[in-house]
Design a protein around this ligand. Structure first.
Ligand code: ASP
Ligand code: MG
Length: 411
């Protein structure tokens, strides 16, 4: 007998019919003898609808009041699911975050969980009840309702699993797992049976948005085994877990992530003195602009070039700041490019394998794709390329690192 926390997202509880289907599913697990805590999101579209209402009153709604309102979405779905379970003869009880006592700090709309009281939940489980908990919400020390940020129900699920020391936290959603890359770009993308927390964080922060990033961090910190599964299709899903002992079959690369959200800026002919990087990037961070990749060239004739990337939304702003800096420090010129894309290969296997980066560069060279920037970390190699080659690059790398699914019969 296992204790499982199951989280169902907005599309999985998007209609009465779906809620009934979820109840059927939970009932089956109960009949297997497992103890179940269910976390649900609001019905799909509901949180957006509520925020829309608030925006009709004020462009910037008071955060405390916004949380009072958006938390109602989840209050509806917990009650409906509990009713659907009880109708099927499965004893169940629903709780809001406040009722459980999911204690958070007071940062409305982006609160962090501080502590979870597991007493009530344990009593209910012992009595054979399924406990249905509202995702995304908590309560601060003063009794104010708080919410955890968009997509926060994932974090509620993981936090409950950690507090209850559950055997697994299952995230049910509208995809059947985590893929080697976006199947819309590479039809031969494969579902991964397993991925490590670290890899998942890299994949998620690079654009594969299956899980709220914070929930993956949380799961890694408390070592909660996380599984992503399809709500209404059978299948093993993808297990996200710690890096186990290296096995012979461990692939070097687990997945390929990409994004088109960045833009590149270059300042040329910068006098090469100590403090130059600070003079260039200080004002950028002063303008609250986050920098991702950075490259500084070796000096030539006592000047150097300096290139970095920012989010595309920050491009114009960064350009203005950089032009100012160029004038002040006597740099030759500033140029920029928004038609770029970042492609990354991710895998814990590269820690123990040499030549991974050069294999990547070879695959890109074979397609005639020029690399503009490179950055590496222990489990990732990223390159910036011209945006129009993005899909070609991802496909070429997917093949080069042997990630393609085997052709099915008849293909
Ligand atoms: N309902 C919230 C949202 O739409 C939380 C969640 O779905 O996880 O962001
Ligand atoms: Mg979600």
């Amino acid at each position: 007998m296992a204790l499982i926390v199951q989280k169902f997202g907005g599309t999985s509880v998007g209609s009465i019919e779906r809620i009934e289907q979820v109840a059927e599913k939970v009932k089956k697990f109960r009949e297997n003898g497992d103890d179940i805590v269910v976390v649900v999101s609001a019905m799909s579209g509901e949180t957006n609808r509520l925020i829309g209402l608030a925006k009709q009153i004020s462009e910037q709604p008071v955060p405390r009041e916004l949380d009072v309102m958006v938390s109602t979405g989840e209050q509806v779905t917990i009650a409906l699911l509990a009713m659907a379970l009880i109708k099927r003869g499965v004893p169940a009880v629903s709780y809001t975050g406040n009722q459980v006592r999911i204690l958070t700090d007071s940062s409305f709309t982006k609160a962090r969980i501080l502590q979870i009281d597991d007493q009530k939940l344990r009593t209910d489980l012992k009595a054979g009840r399924v406990v249905v908990v509202a995702g995304f919400q908590g309560v601060d020390e003063h009794g104010n309702i708080t919410t955890l940020g968009r997509g926060g129900s994932d974090t509620t699920g993981v936090a409950l699993a950690a507090a209850l020391k559950a055997d697994e936290c299952q995230i049910y959603t509208d995809v059947d797992g985590v893929y080697t890359t976006d199947p819309r770009v590479v039809p031969k993308a494969r579902r991964l049976d397993k991925i490590t927390f670290e890899e998942m964080l890299e994949m998620a922060s690079l654009g594969s948005k299956v899980l709220q990033i914070r929930s993956v961090e949380f799961a890694g910190k408390y070592n909660v085994p996380l599984r992503v599964l399809h709500s209404f299709q059978e299948g093993p899903g993808t297990l996200i877990t710690i890096d186990e002992e290296e096995s012979m079959e461990q692939p070097i690369i687990s997945g390929i992530a990409f994004n088109r959200d960045e833009a590149k800026l270059t300042i040329r002919g910068v006098p090469d003195n100590p403090g130059v990087a600070f003079k260039i990037l200080g004002p950028i961070s002063g303008a609250n602009i986050e920098v991702d990749m950075i490259v500084q060239n070796i000096a030539h004739d006592n000047t150097t070039d300096f290139t970095f990337t920012v989010h595309r939304n920050d491009y114009l702003n960064a350009m203005r700041v950089l032009e100012n800096t160029a004038r002040e420090i006597g740099a030759r010129e500033v140029i920029g490019d928004t038609d770029i894309a970042k492609v990354s290969i991710v895998g814990v296997g590269m820690r123990s394998h040499a030549g991974v980066a050069s294999r990547m560069f070879e695959a890109l060279a074979k397609e005639g794709i020029n690399i503009q920037m490179i950055s590496t970390s222990e489990i990732k190699v990223s390159v910036v390329i011209e945006e129009k080659y993005l899909e070609l690059a991802v496909r070429a790398l997917h093949t080069a690192f042997e990630l393609d699914a085997p052709a099915r019969q008849g293909e």
